[in-house]
Each structure stands twice: as structure tokens, then as C-alpha cells.
Design a protein around this ligand. Structure first.
Ligand code: PHE
Length: 355
């Protein structure tokens, strides 16, 4: 020992240790313990500062200081860990002491307190039908694509041969966004996107949500689902279109369904058709879903208009195509006998639990 050494730290370090251990043992909750840990062991904590103090001790005392400081730090760290364990166990005990929670109850007994069989999740009917339709098309070499719900006026209207003055704009009342974009009113908004993406030839389907600013009733919803189909190739004819639609419908329904074809007007196809399916809900005798006509409009379709091909960067002299817009929500209604389209996205679990 040198004569000039300051002996105070020989008392101070063990004293600090004792004091810290007591404080930690007395922490009443996790928040208090966390604060204490910062005050003691944090970057500016008292224990940390004491440990750093070794730098100021000169000569042969340095080793002794280092040992005392190391002991201090280890002891305080251990005390904190021990108290943390105690407090955690106390928290669990408190939870178990809650009279409304019985951890010994077997799962069967819990389920028995609820009416009916155990409730499990399942795929939404819309997703079921969408998956089936996608499977039909992927087996025929189609891409399945996902295009934006927020669209440009160009992709949703202009590129589809529907300029702003065109009365067809009123066929589809539109939700406009403040920045001039819109919520797509149909999945046809993906047509020129796909043409630019793939050039020609290609075949693709693009399912998704579409939005219309209109009053709702049993067969109209402001938000519903469509699946667009688009095929671009050489020498495409109405014959190709009809045969593809027949293949699609028999795959979907798993049997022959009665359909009828009417001329239909859409500015982006020429010629255009409405393919109707006999209402499966009422057996074509007339109900609210088919507006008492016995028929449901299911599949508007046609040959892609030359203007649309041009907007997609394709030369109509070389390329043609067909397109359809399948009403997925309608298809769900027919498949499962749902009388009101508003039920499909309504989110009522009493409805959904039936599928
Ligand atoms: N986009 C049209 C609609 O929603 C449907 C359609 C798609 C018609 C493709 C023809 C070809 O009403």
C-alpha cells in the first residue's frame, strides 16, 4: 500500500453494492425495476460510473479497485435478474388468482359452454370461387395478374375507347379521388396495362375488387368482384371467344348450364355480347336476384376494339383479341344460392359460417 492512496473507495464500493442490492430487492413492480436498472447499470448509472473509476486509480491499488468494482457490478446484475424473476412469477400468480380464469378447465369443457360444433375458420366463398376460376384458366396457359384498385382515368376509360364526353361514362358511376385518380369501375382497366406488360401474343386473367358509385339493392353493390379475361393473338374470332366461354362455364358449374347470348354494347369491344345464365336460384321462374327475368347477366364479352389495341401499343392489322368481364360476386350468388349480393361482402359471420 502506498501512503498517498485514497482509502475511501475501499469502503465506498462495498457500501454502494449493499445499497444497490437493497434498492433492487425492494422494487415493487417491473417498471420500478427497469428504472432502477437504468439508474444503476445504465451508461450513466452509479455502478457503471464506479467501475469506470478504475482509470483514476494509480499504481498497485488499481488491481484491488478493479476486483472490488467487478464484484460490485456482478452482484448488482445478479440482484436485478433475481428480482425480475420474482416479479414475473408474482404477475403470473396474480393472473391465476383471477377467479374468472380457470386454467385447469379442459378445452372440451370450454367448447361445451358454446352452442354448436367448434367454430373454425375457412376460405371465404368469394375466394373459393375465384380460386376455381383461376385454376381453369391457369390450366389453359393464362397468367393470373393483380392490377391496382386505384387507377388513372386513362386506363379505366380513355384507353378503353370511352372519352370524357362519351355517354358510356354514365353506365358506370365513378368514385373520383381528389388527385384525379379513381377507384376502378371494372377490371377492364387492366387491359392496356397487360398489353404494355406482355406485348403480343399473351393470355391473362385479372381478378379483383371494383367500385361503383350507385344505390345498392339485391343485385347491386358499390363494391364487388370481377374477373377479367384477355387473350391477344393472331386471327382471333367470335368462334374462339364463344368456345372459350363455354369451356369456362361448364368447368365452373361442373355441368351444362343454359345460357343465352345477346348483343351487348361496350365501347371497348366490337362486336360485344352479353352472355346470360339461367337463374339457378329460382330455376328461371323469377326472383329478386334475377329481377324476375329468370336470367342473370354473368359474362359480358366481345372482341377487343382496334382502338384499345392501339392504346396498348399493338397493331390491329396484326393482332386481335377477345375479352370478358366475369361477375365473380354474381357467380358466388348462383353457386351458393345467395339471394342478395350485399351479403357477399357484408361480413356477417352468421352468413359466412354457412360455407
Ligand atoms: N368491363 C365491363 C363491365 O364491367 C364488362 C366487360 C369486360 C365487357 C370485357 C366486355 C369485355 O361492365
Amino acid at each position: 500500500m502506498t501512503a498517498n492512496s485514497n482509502p475511501d473507495w475501499r469502503d465506498e464500493l462495498p457500501h454502494l453494492q449493499l445499497q444497490a442490492e437493497q434498492q433492487v430487492a425492494l422494487a415493487v413492480d417491473m417498471a420500478g425495476l427497469r428504472q432502477l436498472e437504468v439508474d444503476l447499470l445504465g451508461a450513466k448509472g452509479s455502478v457503471t460510473t464506479a467501475v469506470r473509476g478504475v482509470g483514476a486509480v494509480a499504481g498497485p491499488d488499481r488491481k484491488e479497485y478493479g476486483q472490488l468494482a467487478g464484484k460490485l457490478k456482478t452482484a448488482v446484475e445478479q440482484a436485478v435478474a433475481e428480482r425480475r424473476g420474482q416479479l414475473e412469477r408474482a404477475e403470473v400468480q396474480a393472473e391465476l388468482a383471477d377467479a374468472t380464469f380457470d386454467e385447469t378447465l379442459p378445452a372440451d369443457a370450454v367448447l361445451a359452454t358454446q352452442p354448436g360444433p367448434p367454430r373454425t375458420g375457412h376460405v371465404h366463398p368469394l375466394s373459393q370461387v375465384q380460386g376455381e376460376v383461376e385454376a381453369v384458366f391457369t390450366s389453359m396457359g393464362f397468367h393470373v395478374l393483380d392490377y391496382p384498385e386505384v387507377e388513372s382515368e386513362f386506363n379505366n376509360f380513355e384507353a378503353l375507347n370511352i372519352p370524357s364526353w362519351h355517354p358510356a361514362r354514365e353506365m358506370q358511376d365513378t368514385f373520383w379521388l381528389d388527385d384525379g385518380h379513381l377507384l376502378r369501375t371494372h377490371t377492364s382497366s387492366g387491359q392496356v396495362r397487360a398489353m404494355h406488360q406482355f406485348q403480343a401474343p399473351f393470355r391473362a386473367v385479372f381478378p379483383g375488387k371494383v367500385f361503383r358509385y350507385e344505390a345498392t339493392d339485391a343485385s347491386h353493390e358499390h363494391t364487388f368482384h370481377q374477373l377479367e379475361g384477355l387473350l391477344i393473338d393472331r386471327h382471333v374470332s367470335v368462334g374462339h371467344l364463344l368456345d372459350s366461354m363455354r369451356t369456362l362455364l361448364s368447368a365452373i358449374f361442373g355441368r351444362e348450364v343454359t345460357v343465352r347470348l345477346r348483343p351487348g354494347y361496350f365501347p371497348f369491344v366490337e362486336p360485344g355480347f352479353e352472355l346470360d345464365v339461367q337463374c339457378q336460384l329460382c330455376g328461371a321462374t323469377g326472383c329478386a336476384a334475377c329481377k324476375h327475368s329468370g336470367w342473370l347477366e354473368l359474362l359480358p364479352c366481345g372482341l377487343v376494339h382496334p382502338q384499345v389495341l392501339r392504346a396498348g401499343g399493338l397493331d390491329p392489322a396484326e393482332w386481335q383479341g377477345w375479352a370478358f368481364g366475369l361477375g365473380l360476386s354474381r357467380l358466388v350468388m348462383m353457386r351458393f344460392g345467395v339471394p342478395d349480393v350485399r351479403l357477399v361482402l357484408g361480413g356477417d359471420s352468421r352468413f359466412l359460417s354457412q360455407f
